[in-house]
Design a protein. Structure first.
Lengths: 382, 182
């Protein structure tokens, strides 16, 4: 098991300070290792996640070679040649578990932003103190964007949030964590070969959730109530002006409708499984409030916006993978983690085999099936 | 199960989507219009040919659009104003989207009507106030749909139609426009 840095490296070095897991503690489990603290409904801080994973590495006696960066994987006659910062390794099979979020993605027009405006990605961002005083434009309203917008607003800065298509979720529903419902109603277990549109499911943005001790909902209504200004999807920069889409109302409608449909499926599930008595009565949340008039442009040269935080997603980095299995959009070509090259496997990618594939507790079922395939592959070529 | 028919060949569209996934060059279309000044602010614009699927294409027949200004603008009102053509484009694009999405989702439509209103402060085009823009300030589309579906499903149809609309995108997002003298 090769690790470029330390165990839990990305949790140590690629997360902002205040981040907590989106999944409740009781859902944080790995084979033979689960949360057993006093707050099963809470959300782990980064320090706790690091400790959790370190502990699992120790109890599972994982043969981790830390500080071993892979710089190349090449196909050979009988397997693969892996070049690392500590020499070469020949092997018959390789499982790629380097994740889907190795690099922040930003739009092309970042170059057109005036140099007077500070630009950060979530990988650069640790906390509000890093930013200049004054207004911040946060771009992207998925989990990262809504969390950073709230944190920056709480630090006293005026915040504008540019909102494209997003996934709205309440933190709790009928008294239970929304992720309890996803788990109970079988949404997370939905398999890759059952999903209607797998490409879309794999590209689905992270939901507007935050793991906070208050278990509070952080949707756009909550942000607007805090005083965060909402604008449309950032479409272009023209003459130093950021131009936002006028289609804000529709991205609200799409997200509201999808959330209501999901809550309906939870209610159906509760009825069908006779759980009505164990949970609170059904709830319906008000539609996302459309601002009286959303701005569709901001002059970035005016000095109003001092900093931009790009919360526009992440992508995997396969520059070290010298096997032709990456498509034109930079995604690994695989079928349920079985990569399009004999003996090459993947784990921990969005909806790899199930909707839960990217969760700490979600990888277990995938790993079992992928490793079965791998073992079969090795046995057949013995 | 009864077959629903809104008159949209969804299968052809889904097939085209699959084919064009692997052939992005064939997906490049150029739409064209030719315009001629008549007199005053009256002009006629004809449309017949376009380019797509790798070759020149043609509508079955040529269509001529007449544009003018109304009498309150001291013009002859030979046709609708150019900015009203944007409303025509938006309404027809969203309506086509509703029909297509409904067909794809198995929803039988009985009637789809919409009204489109574009709020326009004409001090912009008159140069009366430099803070006022030339174009629309707000556009509002109101659909009235009779279909075999719940209110929520109908709202979802309209939302999805906007999500996939060429004209909605062209109006809500900036587009590079080059105007030259030949």
């Amino acid at each position: 098991m090769l690790e470029r840095g330390e165990v839990a490296n990305s949790w140590r070095h690629e997360r902002w300070d205040s981040l907590r897991l989106l999944t409740p503690n009781w859902q944080s489990r790995l084979p033979g290792h689960r949360y057993d603290g006093p707050d099963p409904d809470g959300y782990m801080t980064m320090g706790e996640v690091i400790e959790f994973i370190e502990h699992f590495a120790a109890v599972s006696r994982s043969p981790v070679r830390t500080g071993t960066n892979v710089t190349s994987v090449r196909r050979t006659d009988d397997g693969y040649r892996v070049t690392t910062s500590h020499g070469e390794i020949g092997c018959r099979a390789v499982a790629i578990a380097s994740g889907a979020c190795n690099q922040p993605t930003v739009p092309q027009f970042t170059d057109a932003v005036p140099a007077s405006v500070v630009q950060l990605t979530p990988f650069d961002y640790n906390g509000p103190a890093q930013l200049p005083d004054g207004a911040v434009l946060v771009v992207g309203a998925s989990a990262t964007g809504v969390q950073l917008a709230a944190e920056l607003k709480a630090s006293g800065r005026p915040v504008t949030l540019s909102v494209g298509e997003h996934v709205r979720l309440p933190r709790t529903y009928r008294g239970r964590d929304v992720l309890w419902w996803m788990d109970a109603a079988g949404v997370w277990d939905q398999r890759h070969d059952e999903v209607d549109d797998l490409t879309r499911a794999r590209r689905l943005p992270s939901p507007q959730l935050i793991g906070s001790p208050e278990r509070s909902t952080l949707d756009l209504n909550a942000l607007a109530a805090m005083g965060v200004e909402l604008v449309g999807r950032w479409a272009a920069v023209r003459d130093g002006r950021a131009l936002f889409s006028g289609g804000l109302r529709n991205v609200f409608s799409l997200a509201d409708l999808k959330m209501r449909r999901l809550l309906d499926t939870f209610d159906d599930w509760a009825r069908a499984h006779g759980c009505e008595a164990e949970v609170d009565p059904p709830e319906r949340f008000s539609s996302t409030h459309v601002p009286e008039s959303a701005r569709w442009q901001i002059d970035l040269r005016s000095g109003e916006i001092r900093a931009i935080v790009w919360a526009t997603g992440f992508r995997p980095d396969y520059r070290w993978l010298d096997v032709p299995v990456v498509d034109a959009k930079g995604r690994l070509r695989h079928e349920g983690g079985v990569v399009d090259s004999p003996g090459l496997y993947a784990l921990g990618l969005p909806v790899l085999r199930r909707r839960k594939s990217t969760f700490i507790y979600g990888v277990e079922d995938d790993a079992r099936e992928v490793i079965d395939h791998l073992a079969g592959y090795l046995a057949a070529r013995r | 199960m009864t077959t629903i028919d809104n008159g949209v060949n969804v299968q052809a569209l889904l097939d085209a989507r699959e084919v064009l996934k692997g052939a992005p060059e064939a997906a490049q279309f150029t739409w064209r219009a030719s315009s001629r000044w008549q007199n005053g602010v009256h002009s006629t614009t004809t449309i017949q040919n376009f380019f797509g699927l790798g070759q020149e294409q043609s509508h079955k027949r040529e269509t001529v659009f007449t544009a003018d200004h109304p009498e309150v603008f001291a013009a002859e009102d030979n046709g609708i104003t150019p900015i009203e053509y944007l409303l025509v484009g938006l309404a027809s694009c969203l309506t086509a989207g509703v029909a297509s999405v409904a067909q794809n989702r198995g929803i039988q439509l009985r009637s789809v009507e919409s009204t489109v209103e574009g709020d326009h402060d004409i001090r912009g085009i008159l140069g009366a106030d430099s803070d006022v823009r030339n174009g629309f300030n707000d556009i509002k589309v109101t659909f009235t749909i009779d279909a075999d579906a719940s209110q929520e499903d109908i709202e979802a149809l309209v939302a999805q139609s906007q999500k996939r609309s060429a004209v909605f995108d062209a109006l809500t997002n900036p587009t590079n426009v080059t105007v030259e003298v030949a």
